[in-house]
Design a binder for this molecule. Structure first.
Ligand code: PLZ
Length: 461
């Protein structure tokens, strides 16, 4: 039951972070009157093309809760789309950012550099998969990281083509939108798209026509076929793949598939880019999801969890590839801003110090059985999947009927939101419920959020 008591956070307090009371508490309906008022202002000031999943305006946040402007405390099972893995306003992020912002806020790393940028790159070089010599560069977002990875791969190989996957998501800029598979809302009306992008099937076990057992083999055959008969491996600069697909519905590729793609790339001099923007920084129970597949990518793109809530992205890769670009060929005014670097160092420190990679694994171990129990109880749950604290439920018409069921998903999500639990959706067919809790969320709060989810499914019957 929702605990309805007056807000214990005194009015006027600005502090968020982990000291916020870690519980769900609703003092108004959701969204409350102040959120509705702000939403009306938003509608007059911001175009609807910038969407809203839940029109609740946040006042502070920390640990596993979001506190809104009406004083409601919501359970955060989204982490701002896998960003605040260390929790909102994590102390090490706040203290390093505060210290940095008081020293200086910007110089432009390409004009007069500073140590924080180099320290973040050293950390990325140390933490990403593989023990080879690496270099990193910093950007402002995931999309910018992917854009730069493609530029670097093209410069290194001298080849034009880029291969991406069905259900893939890589951003909203022209090139990354082109790499993204899904038409609405991401691409439709925004063409023409960037040239030289080719698409191959993803080894999506739940929806593979030949069944999950044949998925890895058959998907790999299709991959080889498209590359050899349509594109020509000698024309391919890079293959860009999410080791677990995010926006596409938390598709975990069939075991062994990615490793075979990686060997094909190595054999043909193709740069393998792992887009770890959503999967990185402990999210999946490893530092990076490629590790689970035993894959060592040539380039890794990061963002989201890297900055602990501040905007920063990175490209990390083999020294010979990264060093192949001419002097001053890469950059941007704000890339690796000193305040964002301070935040990244605080986030990395927190993940290491607090064992959050291990904690993500434990979250998976506690949540997966509960999601599987949901599947036993409800016919609309077609598939339960994910790794660590990146978990999803795919909703279908019924047992043995894979027809996507976005209507059931909306009903579940609406109910969770109304009860103060922030869950997200995903999937090419809009029928995947995804859970991305902050890795610091407490067991009780997590269990409370899952109880609400159980009730939301029960209400479908
Ligand atoms: N690569 C794998 O998941 C961002 C998109 C939110 P940016 N995913 C959230 C939305 O609807 O715009 C993402 C990702 C992967 C790249 C990106 C792009 O990262 O920081 O949003 O540019």
């Amino acid at each position: 039951m929702v605990d309805i008591v007056p807000a214990t956070v005194p009015a006027g307090t600005v502090a968020g972070g982990p000291t916020l009371p870690q519980r769900r508490r609703l003092v108004t309906e959701v969204p409350g009157p102040r959120s509705r008022e702000l939403f009306a202002r938003r509608a007059a000031a911001v175009p609807p093309g910038v969407g809203t999943a839940l029109p609740v305006f946040v006042e502070r946040a920390g640990g596993g809760v979001l506190v809104d402007v009406d004083g409601n405390s919501l359970v955060d099972l989204g982490s701002g789309i896998a960003v605040v893995n260390v929790g909102n306003a994590a102390p090490a992020v706040v203290s390093r950012v505060t210290e940095q912002v008081q020293r200086f806020t910007h110089t432009c790393f390409m004009i007069t550099p500073y140590a924080g940028y180099v320290e973040v790159c050293e950390a990325l070089n140390r933490l990403t998969p593989g023990v080879h010599e690496k270099r990193s560069m910093l950007l402002n977002s995931g999309a910018e990281a992917v854009e730069n990875a493609v530029k670097i791969a093209r410069a290194y190989t001298g080849r034009p083509a880029v291969v991406a996957f069905d259900h893939g998501y890589h951003g909203r800029t022209l090139l990354t939108m082109t790499l993204t598979a899904k038409s609405r809302p991401y691409k439709s009306t925004f063409g023409p798209y960037a040239p030289e992008v080719y698409r191959v099937p993803m080894a999506y076990p739940f929806r593979w026509p030949g069944g999950p057992e044949r998925c890895a083999d058959e998907a790999y055959e299709r991959f080889v076929d498209v590359l050899t008969t349509q594109v020509g491996p000698e024309s391919v600069a890079c293959v860009v793949v999410e080791p677990i697909q995010g926006e596409g519905g938390f598709v975990v590729p069939a075991p062994g598939y990615l490793a075979r793609v990686a060997s094909f790339c190595a054999e043909h001099g193709i740069v393998l880019v792992a887009d770890e923007v959503q999967t990185g920084f402990g999210r999946t129970g490893d530092w990076f999801a490629s590790e689970h597949e035993g894959v060592v990518p040539d380039l890794v793109t990061t963002a989201k969890g890297l900055g602990g809530g501040l905007p920063i992205g990175g490209v990390t890769g083999r020294a010979e590839i990264m060093d192949s670009v001419h002097v001053s060929g890469l950059g941007g005014t704000f890339g690796g801003n000193p305040v964002a670097c301070a935040a990244a160092l605080g986030a990395i420190e927190t993940i290491e110090r607090d064992g959050l990679v291990e904690r993500a694994r434990r979250i998976g171990e506690t949540v997966l059985p509960r999601l599987r129990a949901l599947a036993d109880r409800h016919e609309v749950v077609g598939d339960v999947r994910g790794r660590g604290a990146m978990l999803a439920v795919e909703l279908v018409a019924g047992r043995g009927d894979l027809t996507p069921n976005p209507a059931a998903l909306s009903a579940v999500v609406r109910r969770c939101h109304a009860e103060g639990v922030v869950v997200l959706t995903a999937g090419t067919y809009g029928n995947v419920l995804r859970l991305l809790p902050p890795l610091v969320i407490g067991d009780e709060l997590l269990a409370d959020g899952l109880d609400v989810l159980d009730a939301a499914f029960a209400a479908l019957d």
